[in-house]
Ligand binder design. Structure first.
Ligand code: CDM
Ligand code: ATP
Length: 284
């Protein structure tokens, strides 16, 4: 597919600007305090409602994810079941975000699917209802439906909108897949960071509690981060593997990108407090 978005609906990536793990619930899920911001680097989707009781996905993703596991089809199915919608949809995906990178691409695809089909099928769910449905698909789905940068608690679903600086980021994509479930199950994961109030967290030093463990397990992540730290304040997003450095200008981020070793993939993107999905809604 071409470089310019040919499809109508964006599914942006997110960064966890900080990620603190403050405890573990009885069901195994972890209590977090995290700061989500979007970037203008997106998967793109399109949807055609059909009268047939069938959901069909066309994508450039290859066979890496079976249809039965694809969060897009899971999201469409959950909306269809929840609202007893009789028809279906044909869906197109232009996958551009790296998978398993901590950028939340799968969750974002699910969120965009829920928002788009709710509009196109005219199923009339509120944003809150869509967020509750989305949470059943993944802890990161609600923030993508909400569409504004947020301080999050709980498992990532209790959101408070925030306005933070919107720098340019150089995102590096180490050549390794980090499983979120594996990192959250690891015995050496830090799980006891003290809970703090939002003001102290925003004003304090930002860090990611998963970073030390992921760096120790995956030299590719450690190497990418140590390279990036030469140019900018840098951290890991989510449970990795992607790392990001903050730059004041696009030019500075592009200059660093031009110097990166050939064996590292990377891209430059703008931090956004309103997601491209939310901006599309407002502009229409
Ligand atoms: C690491 C983050 O990306 C930070 O934004 C998210 O917390 C992960 O969100 P996600 O990928 O949507 O996660 P899910 O698909 O819900 O869960 C994947 C796996 O991660 C673990 N998990 C996830 C979120 C959380 N707060 N605690 C967990 O322990 C669970 O073992 C789960 O089986
Ligand atoms: N549409 C989809 N796009 C990407 N991954 C999907 C999709 N549907 C299902 N998946 C599965 O979800 C896994 C996680 O994908 P995703 O790209 O969201 O990872 P991530 O960026 O690490 O997310 P997070 O930060 O939420 O942990 C993939 O490895 C894949 O098996």
């Amino acid at each position: 597919m071409a470089n310019a978005p040919s499809l109508a609906w964006p599914a942006p990536a997110k960064l966890n600007l900080f990620l603190h793990i403050t405890g573990r619930r009885a069901d195994g899920y972890h209590e977090l305090q995290t700061l989500f911001q979007f970037i203008d680097h997106c998967d793109w989707l399109d949807f055609k409602p059909t009268t047939k009781d069938e959901l069909k996905l066309h994508s450039n993703m290859g066979p890496v994810v079976a249809d039965s596991d694809n969060l897009i089809l899971k999201a469409a199915k959950s909306l269809k079941l929840h609202t007893a919608y009789p028809g279906g949809a044909e869906i197109w995906l232009d996958k551009r975000l790296p998978m398993g990178g901590g950028l939340g691409g799968g969750s974002s695809d699910a969120a965009t699917t829920l928002v788009a089909l709710n509009e196109l099928w005219q199923t009339g769910l509120s944003k809150q209802e869509l967020m509750a449905l989305g949470l059943k698909l993944g802890a990161d789905v609600p923030v993508f439906i909400n569409g504004v940068a947020a301080f999050a608690e709980g498992v990532g679903e209790k959101l408070q909108a925030v306005t933070v600086p919107e720098p340019w980021y150089l995102v590096l994509v180490p050549d390794v897949h980090v499983s979120t479930a594996e990192i959250f199950q690891h015995p050496e994961l830090v799980r006891d960071t003290p809970k703090l109030d939002q003001g102290s967290l925003l004003a304090g030093q930002w860090h990611n509690d998963c970073q030390a463990l992921v760096q120790a397990k995956y030299p590719q992540v450690a190497n990418a981060l140590s390279w990036l730290l030469e140019y900018a304040p840098s951290r890991m997003t989510g449970t990795g593997a992607c790392v990001f450095g903050e730059f004041a200008t696009q030019q500075a981020a592009l200059e660093a990108l031009a110097l990166k070793p050939d064996n590292l993939q990377g891209f430059v993107a703008k931090g956004l407090n309103r997601s491209p999905l939310e901006l599309r809604r407002v502009q229409l």
